[in-house]
Design a binder for this molecule. Structure first.
Ligand code: GLP
Length: 240
């Protein structure tokens, strides 16, 4: 396990990007596991800038995302597909047909979960980018999720709904369910890059890195991974 401490969000984003840049330049057809949320947006901005400057190309890169809200179409501006298009894919030279997220509108949920887990197995992320919830969740694997879980439908906790309400007009608009990769689909990645910024993540980061691995803190499953890099700003690292 490697832990890098950055002064602030900007430096965290830059250090995180350096990890991705290394993967993409050494393997031009790499598979990137991507995450949503506010945390990776700065890293995505670094990717966009270097791509625009011709330093790095994504034309042979494929991506697979962690999760998607249930019931939202990819054109819905609150869907994670829309988030990825507007925060990254629309601004780099990636072929969008090589970018994958769960289908939030899938009618047969079980079949969608199985399809997505199989896809994750086949693709196997060269690097998986992760944020972390203030309760230690990764993707939408809430506390209590088994470490060997595969893609499943989750009922979001009140805590997560509250945390994510800032992206919506009102809290009632936040979907209450999502498709999420399971913890086993995440730790199957060859390398994990977890980013965290802000004092509200400090407890979760402490439990993730220093706590005994337990389902109470889903991110603590990463302690068993052979190649994980945590890039934290000083506030998120303040309880270590
Ligand atoms: C959501 C996403 C997670 C993300 C978390 C933290 O729950 N499903 O993948 O890590 O939010 O978001 P933020 O980075 O905005 O704090």
């Amino acid at each position: 396990m490697e832990i890098l401490i950055a002064k602030n969000y900007e430096e965290m984003s830059k250090l995180g990007y350096d990890v991705i840049k290394k993967v993409v330049t050494s393997k031009p057809n790499a598979i990137l596991g991507l995450a949503t949320g506010g945390t990776p947006v700065g890293l995505y901005k670094n990717m966009i800038e270097d791509c625009k400057n011709g330093v790095v190309s994504y034309k042979d890169i494929s991506t697979i995302n962690l999760d998607e809200y249930l019931g939202l179409d990819g054109n819905d501006n609150q869907s994670y597909r829309y988030f990825m298009n507007t925060n990254l894919f629309d601004h780099i030279d990636i072929d969008k047909k090589n970018t994958y997220l769960p289908n939030g509108k899938a009618e047969d949920r079980q079949a969608e979960c199985e399809r997505y887990s199989k896809l994750a197995d086949e693709m196997q992320q060269d690097v998986q980018i992760l944020g972390i919830g203030s309760n230690g969740h990764i993707a939408f694997n809430e506390p209590g999720t088994a470490f060997d879980s595969r893609t499943h439908v989750v009922d979001l906790t009140e805590n997560t709904i509250k945390d994510n309400a800032r992206f919506f007009d009102k809290i009632e608009d936040v979907p209450t369910q999502a498709f999420t990769m399971g913890i086993s689909n995440i730790v199957n990645a060859k390398k994990i890059l977890l980013l965290a910024s802000g004092a509200n993540k400090a407890d979760a980061i402490y439990q993730t890195i220093k706590g005994t691995p337990s389902e109470n803190c889903p991110a603590s499953a990463l302690q068993n991974h052979p190649d994980v890099i945590f890039v934290l700003d000083e506030a998120a690292a303040s309880k270590l």
